[in-house]
Structure formats: C-alpha cells, structure tokens
Write a protein that binds this ligand. Structure first.
Ligand SMILES: Nc1ncnc2c1ncn2[C@@H]1O[C@H](COP(=O)(O)OP(=O)(O)O)[C@@H](O)[C@H]1O
Ligand SMILES: [Mg+2]
Length: 241
C-alpha cells in the first residue's frame, strides 16, 4: 500500500530564491506568505533574506509587524549585496528554509543568489510587459547556475492573476493566454497561482498593532504553492498494510 503522506526530505537548508529582473511582481509578498507557510504548516525554522537594494519593503514590513507586537513565525535579515551567497552560507546551519527576496533591477545580486539556491521561483503577473521579461531572467539564472556548476530548478509562479470563475475553473483570458504562452515556450509553470486580491496588497500596506489582525496569519493560496513546491521533496514510501 502506498502512503500518501510521505515524509519531507529537504536539503539542509532548502534555499529558494524569489526573483525576476523586474520589480513589483509580488516577490516580497510571496516571500512573507511562503515563509509563514513553511513555519506554521511545517514547523520549520525559516529565514527571509531581503536582498532588494532598491526597495527594502520586506525589511520595513517585518519591522512594522514586530513593532506592532505581531508574532512573526520567521526571521528576516536585510542583506542587499552581491555577497548574498555568503549570507546564505553563514545562516545555513540555523535554518531549515531560506527564502531570498532577490530584488528587481539588480542583476548582480540575483545572479549571486541563484547558484546558492536549490530552487528559483520566477514570479510574474500576467501583464504582457512582465511576461516579456521572463526569458531574460531565465537566461540570467541559467548562466549564473552554469557558471557555478550548479543545478537549479526554475519554475514560473503567476501572481496577481485575474480570476473569472466558471464551472470551477478560472477562465480569465489573460490568465489562460499567458499560461499557455509560457508553457508553449517550454517554461515549467506552477499549477497553483496567486490571485489578484486586494487582501494580499493590504497585508503589506495595512495598519498593524493594537487590536489589528495578523495579516499573514492566513496563508491562503500560498498553501497550494508551498505544497507544490515541497512535493518534489516527498519520497514515495511503501508502508505495510
Ligand atoms: N496577489 C496580489 N494581489 C494584489 N496585490 C498584490 C499581490 N501581490 C502583491 N501585491 C501588491 O503589489 C505590489 C508589489 O508587490 P511586492 O510583493 O512588493 O512586489 P516586489 O517585491 O516584486 O516588488 C505591492 O503593493 C503588493 O501589496
Ligand atoms: Mg520587493
């Protein structure tokens, strides 16, 4: 008999870079929600590295949460430097999962993070101008990994996806069209995606503190994304009936 709940066999630690050589695609938001998912759903020790030199949104968001006495189930360091691989190496022993928010526009930091990572989540919305940036980001990642003789799994995660549900399916033409374009071009695209929800936006920008809810208590669709990300680390085990 096959047991469907196979144990996780993660690299120690699992390092995931969230990147795109373009800003505003949902990297920081995704890093926070996925960090909460790994910490709360799996009890893992999680670190987020804010390596975005332009907009340290992660750093300010984390500060606001902790100052608002909200219990954040992960740690964050700001390390916006092309020596980000050293930061990963230095922290490796203390964490089970390290998420690198590799920032838009800084190719140097992105290329330094990639060879130190097991997985790259290439985030993009379905806007044509953002999807157009996927190939150059992918090539930069491939070059960086090859230069370091490292294998890295690259997958596209669609964010801010418009939703038009019909018969239990999202029939949004932008969503379906861009997914098809990416898949036809040979990219591995996550089955799960992150919808364009005001609620995600407010998580980063809304009020916190006295009486306010923890905006990242509910990881919502990031649970499916996280489960999909982890599925390749579950060994299929046979257990006696
Ligand atoms: N799924 C989503 N739905 C709606 N708004 C989102 C979503 N994800 C991110 N946002 C908003 O989009 C903006 C950019 O997101 P952010 O995570 O900061 O992107 P990046 O780190 O790639 O620059 C922010 O205002 C954020 O709150
Ligand atoms: Mg950001």
């Amino acid at each position: 008999m096959t047991n469907s709940v196979a144990p996780l066999e993660l690299p120690e630690p699992l390092v995931v870079t969230l990147g795109n050589l373009k800003g505003g695609v949902g990297k920081t938001t995704s890093a926070f929600f996925l960090a909460s998912y790994f910490a709360r759903d799996h009890g893992l020790r999680v670190l987020v590295i804010d390596a975005d030199p332009l907009s340290q949104t992660g750093y300010s968001w984390y500060r606001r949460l902790t100052k608002g006495k909200i219990e954040v189930p992960f740690e964050l360091v700001a390390f916006p430097s092309r020596h980000v691989a050293d930061c990963i190496a230095d922290k490796a022993a203390d964490f089970d999962v390290i998420l690198v928010d590799a920032g838009g526009e800084s190719a140097d930091i992105f290329k330094a993070a990639v060879p130190a990572s097991d997985q790259l989540l290439l985030l993009t919305s379905v806007s044509p101008s953002e999807v157009k940036r996927v190939p150059s980001t992918f090539r930069a990642a491939e070059e960086a990994a090859a230069g370091a003789g490292r294998e890295i799994r690259v997958r596209v995660l669609l964010t801010k996806v418009p939703v038009v549900m019909k018969g239990g399916r999202n029939i949004s033409t932008e969503y379906r069209g861009q997914r098809r374009n990416l898949e036809n071009a040979g990219y591995e695209v996550f089955d799960s995606y992150v919808s364009a929800w005001k609620w995600y936006r407010e998580a980063a920008d809304g009020e916190v503190g006295e009486g306010a809810e923890n905006p990242i208590a509910d990881v919502a669709e990031y649970r499916q994304v996280g489960d999909e990300l982890l599925s390749s680390y579950r060994a299929l085990v046979e257990v006696p009936a």
